[in-house]
Design a protein around this ligand. Structure first.
Ligand code: KIV
Ligand code: ZN
Length: 512
């Protein structure tokens, strides 16, 4: 059996299903380019039929990103398979991934199908997909809650129909590691034609076991792991790519397995995904959290200073965490700026680099040192706004506040291209600005969280504000950066309102 484990990255599909994490086409292309540099084997670029945006992302990633296989998800329906093919047909390495549930609980309550009907449909759709491409993946959704004998029967039939990868999802994160490992072994022992397909696993993290379950699967013969950057994904997320890859690398002595991931690209990729999705990484997150290589206790520091391996099982450099000494400021040139962007996961096209560099120089004039968070905020603001048509734009903002003054905001905006001006009061300057913006835009969202994240240096630092808004079923994050924290707040709020508008529009256009 091969000692290579394929890494199937689904950040752009399952990862994007995290509440508030949706990305536009340009953002997805930037992430896909970085995933190719990271060396993943397969990129699941989207669910082509689900929206025009997903279709376009699959189509463009398939044509523009070199290296990995590009995959599109499809329900086991003819129109989904045909649509995936339409999106993928310009790609040199296309994969169609189709799925249907095999658990009785899903078949009875959701699909309203018998086992026989589901099996027949799975076979027909795999055959249809094989009519278009040679590389077809089939997933029996909710496999870990399916009856094993039936699961074996379905897998045998879809492999006979041409599936080249069979992916075993723990859709609801219910499995326990040992049992999940045994399920994979059972598949290897009981599906007669299993050698004709690669066994893959796709584990969700509802009980915090996604990585452990994936690992047990690999130890029992799985040779593809589906995972996401920072472990983002539906509900509690998917198995985290960085953890899986670093477990295999760090414990190669025991496991004897490899991946093709360029581990030095892990940290830049993680930063890129968190800045684009607005989903921050918890500081104590394994491998890529801020504290993953930070040593606080005196005993640990003493040991580390004597010999790094006393308290570090991986070198920070091996995951791309460099203790960079390059200070960026107003004397820095385009080269240093480009290198730092690259370390943060951004390889921008020349015109975007120009735009970002101009903003960087303006900022560097106002601040002594420009920090990584400042740079990410600039890229967010200046570059990653391509395809999200903004209904609302801030034209000007003036706020009065102080110990003797009731905070008042005077806001001028453009709403669908028409200038509108209004004044409003609030409990504080940010509250006054937000209330006035709400009045002008006529929006009905609820502010769930407001945080000022990156007052990175002294009082002259660029403030990065993040706010989380909810309207109906939609939750979005908005970000804004400015040296004036009230302006940063207004920009973040308006950015979130625009994202809400975008999500509502996408939802209206989505079929599933
Ligand atoms: O969690 C799941 O079962 C999935 C399938 C579509 C593979 O995401
Ligand atoms: Zn999933």
């Amino acid at each position: 059996m091969s000692d290579k484990v394929k890494i199937f990255d689904t950040t752009l599909r399952d990862g994007e299903q995290s509440p508030g994490a949706s990305m536009n086409v340009e953002e997805k292309i930037i992430v896909a380019r970085q995933l190719a540099k990271l060396g993943v084997d397969i990129i699941e670029a989207g669910f082509a039929i689900s929206s025009p945006g997903d279709f376009e992302a699959v189509r463009r990633i398939g044509q523009e990103i070199e290296g990995p296989t590009i995959c599109s998800l499809s329900r086991a329906k003819p129109e989904d398979i045909d649509c995936s093919w339409e999106a993928l047909k310009g790609s040199p390495r296309p994969r169609i991934h189709t799925f249907i549930s095999t658990s009785d609980i899903h078949l009875k309550h959701q699909f309203r199908m018998t086992r026989e009907e589901a099996l027949k449909r799975a076979v027909e759709m795999v055959e249809r997909a094989r009519g278009y491409v040679e590389d077809v993946e089939f997933s029996p959704m909710d496999a870990s809650r399916s009856e094993e004998a039936y699961l074996y029967e379905v897998l045998e039939a879809v492999i006979d129909a041409g599936a080249t990868t069979v992916n075993i999802p723990d859709t609801v994160g219910y499995a326990l590691p040992e049992r999940f490992g045994a399920l994979i072994k059972g598949i290897k022992d009981n599906v007669p034609n299993i050698e004709k397909a690669v066994i893959s696993v796709h584990c969700h993290n509802d009980l915090g076991l996604a990585v452990a379950n994936s690992l047990f699967a690999v130890m029992n013969g799985a040779r593809q792991v589906e995972c996401t950057i920072n472990g983002i994904g539906e509900r509690a997320g998917n198995a985290s790519l960085e953890e899986i890859v670093m477990i295999l690398k760090t414990r190669k002595d025991l496991l004897g397995l490899d991946t093709s991931v360029v581990t030095e690209q892990i940290y830049p990729t993680s930063r890129l995904v968190s800045s684009i999705t607005g989903m921050m990484v918890q500081p104590n997150k394994a491998v890529i959290g801020d504290n993953a290589f930070a040593h606080e206790s005196g005993i640990h520091q003493d040991g580390l200073l004597k010999e790094k391996t006393t308290y570090e099982i991986m070198r920070p450099e091996s995951v791309g965490i460099t203790q960079s000494t390059l200070v960026l400021g107003k004397h820095s040139g385009r080269h240093a700026f480009r290198i730092r962007l690259h370390e943060l996961g951004y390889d921008l096209a020349p015109e975007d680099l120009n735009k970002a560099f101009i903003r960087f120089k303006e900022l560097a004039d106002k601040k002594k040192e420009v920090f990584d968070e400042d740079i990410e905020a600039i890229v967010q603001d200046e570059v990653l706004r391509f395809e999200m048509p903004d209904r609302f734009k801030l034209l000007s903002l003036n706020v009065k506040s102080g110990t003797e003054t009731q905070p008042t905001a005077e806001v001028e905006m453009e709403v669908d291209g028409t200038p509108v001006k209004d004044t409003g009061l609030g409990d504080g300057p940010v509250d006054a600005a937000f209330k006035t913006i709400t009045k002008i835009t006529g929006t009905k969202s609820v502010l769930l969280r407001y945080s000022v994240n990156a007052i990175t240096g002294g009082t002259d630092a660029l403030g990065e504000v993040t706010c989380r808004l909810e309207e109906g079923e939609h939750i979005v994050l908005g970000q804004g950066a400015h040296t004036d924290i009230i302006v940063a707040s207004a920009k973040a709020y308006i950015n979130a309102l625009n994202r809400l508008e975008y999500k509502k529009k996408v939802k209206r256009e989505r079929l599933v």
